[in-house]
Unconditional design. Structure first.
Length: 342
């Protein structure tokens, strides 16, 4: 178990692939900066990889004070055992009080392994993080400056706040897109600490023979306009209306989980708690009732327009503008209006 260190840094695991930092790691740097400022401590980032020195400067520009740069040819591609060894060794040495990972495939693999090895608590798929004093319901002891680990629970029907009194560091994975990406400060100064990892051959029992990376054809997270359809669209054929509207206004096509589960559209289009979290300039929700699971993935959109035949649909509670009507009538009218305007 790692000794509790109230002066420990707030760390981010800096995930990268082919020398490109993952967006969620950059997003977490901004939240780590906010948490660290509240605690009066520094922000650290652990950056393992090969030829990733330039990425260290980008992390500093995003708010990091200390980059622990672990360069080794054997760390070019992610493998659980050596990456976990790097993290565990650094955590044991420097004793951070908080460690943040992106809830990516790599983060979800790595974080539990590190948490187990350091006997730390870990909360998965957080959507928000805060610092607060907490009273232990068991002992009535007041714990100062603990990390509130906030995530949906019970299928998204409630929002749970989880705290860790005893095991440190406090460790979480955070979903991509739920933290805003701050503007980088290219003049910001920080320190890069080169770390020589201690890695023996037994950590490399899994050999990378060949890598095949399929390019993502749909980028909902980066779309400025999204038109999303829900179960209320009614059928796969009716989803053509969603595509027509998206095409008319230059938007990407999204969907609720109900629409995906009904077979109207593929999972890669899913927005919400179990899909992608988005923050577009404009979000059109068509035939989406607005369950909390879906709202969790889109309610931070700059402008939300909802179209639904049910005037009491929950989606209207987060919409800036609402249209009560049959989407099969409203959407064609909108498409016609946009095309005539162009």
């Amino acid at each position: 178990m790692i000794e509790k260190n109230m002066n420990g840094e707030v760390w981010v695991f800096a995930e990268q692939q082919d020398v490109e930092l993952h967006d969620v790691s950059l997003e977490l740097c901004g939240r780590a900066r906010k948490l660290a400022d509240q605690l009066g401590v520094r922000v650290g980032a652990v950056l393992p990889g090969k030829n990733v020195t330039l990425s260290a400067q980008r992390l500093i520009a995003q708010g990091v004070d200390h980059v622990y740069l672990v360069e080794d040819d054997r760390l070019e591609y992610f493998r659980t055992d050596p990456f976990a060894k790097v993290l565990v060794d650094l955590i044991t040495q420097h004793k951070p009080q908080i460690v943040l990972y992106g809830a990516t495939n790599i983060g979800r693999d790595l974080a539990p392994r590190v948490a187990s090895a350091t006997r730390s608590g870990m909360t998965a798929d957080c959507t928000d993080l805060e610092i607060s004093d907490v009273t232990d319901a068991r002992t009535k002891e007041v714990h100062q400056n603990l990390l509130l680990q906030i995530r949906p629970a019970f299928g998204g029907n409630i929002i749970a706040t989880i705290v860790n009194y005893d095991q440190w560091p406090q460790m979480v994975t955070v979903r991509e897109g739920v933290m805003p990406l701050l503007e980088p400060d290219l003049n910001r100064k920080g320190n890069v600490h080169r770390v020589q990892p201690i890695l023996d051959d037994t950590l490399f029992a899994v050999e990378v023979i060949r890598r095949h990376v399929e390019k993502r054809h749909l980028n909902l997270k980066g779309a400025r306009i999204i038109v999303a359809g829900g179960a209320g669209v009614g059928s796969k054929e009716n989803f053509n209306l969603i595509y027509e509207l998206a095409g008319a206004i230059g938007g990407a096509v999204g969907a609720s989980r109900a629409a995906v589960d009904s077979g109207y559209i593929g999972h890669e289009h899913q927005i919400g708690q179990t899909g992608t979290t988005v923050r577009p300039a404009l979000y059109l929700a068509v035939g989406i009732s607005g369950a909390i699971q879906h709202r969790a993935g889109m309610e931070e959109s700059a402008k939300i327009i909802a179209i639904n035949s049910d005037k009491d649909a929950p989606i209207f509670s987060v919409a800036h503008y609402g249209i009560v009507g049959d989407l099969k009538t409203v959407v064609p009218m909108m498409v016609k209006a946009f095309k005539e305007r162009v």
